[in-house]
Design a protein around this ligand. Sequence first.
Ligand SMILES: [Cu+2]
Length: 197
Amino acid sequence: MAIVRARHAMGRIFLGLGVIFLLFFSTVGKGVLSAESAVGGRFILQDHFGNTVTDRTYQGSFMLVTFGYTFCPDVCPTNLSNMSDAMDVLGDKARQVTPIFITVDPDRDTVKQLRDYVDSFHPRLVGLTGPKAMIDRLATGYKVKYALQKPDKTDDEWYTVDHTASIYLMAPDGRFLVKFAHGMDPEKMARRILDFL
Ligand SMILES: [Cu+2]
């Protein structure tokens, strides 16, 4: 079954992950994205160190999740610095929260690319990448929409990606708690997060 188009060397790893992904979800069946209205979803992806991680990896911790891509000119940098600032405002309590950046551009956002990128925002920020099929499924679970914009059809490497820029706070059991709009003041975000900690 051709789930992943292995365009880069990374493709092979992702193909492996894709197979695991299928096995993983075939065992849990229809309960995966239980309620149609629920925001969130299970995943198997790679973090910015190349570790294979799942939603369970972060269970027990609140997750502050956003989707985007490292080449993003301003939306993602704004989101990630706001998330980082909110973490700083939380102080010690930030230890209960894992900030997570999930790429919607896995072709360009390799593990290494993500590693260099998340480093410049917050020491605890996690970058996740993986097979497009899995990212698409997860994006759908979060009701995140994205679309590649290729002004020059002959150049595969140069494009931007329009994407939903919300930030999601998930409970330690994976339940969706609250969504923050792009550009929300970090102090405000931190105060809202504190309501749940
Ligand atoms: Cu972005």
